[in-house]
Design a protein around this ligand. Structure first.
Ligand code: ZN
Length: 65
């Protein structure tokens, strides 16, 4: 039930939008050049989580699928 998405899906497009570009931490200002977001699907939405390697703050981006 988790394999209904093929190669290029909204899921992948959203990930591509986040991956591969620098992410500046909103808390400490640390800029991570090439970190990856951990994707968590929750049915109708997908959450991308990322932890700042400098201060440990967890950042979350949530999108509707
Ligand atoms: Zn930080």
């Amino acid at each position: 039930m988790s394999s209904s998405y093929g190669g290029t899906s909204a899921f992948d497009r959203l990930r591509a939008r986040l991956d591969g570009r620098p992410h500046a931490c909103e808390e400490c200002g640390f800029v991570e050049e090439d970190g990856t977001w951990e994707a968590v699907t929750t049915g109708a939405t997908v959450e991308y989580r990322r932890e700042c390697p400098s201060c440990g703050t967890e950042h979350v981006r949530r999108y509707r699928l």
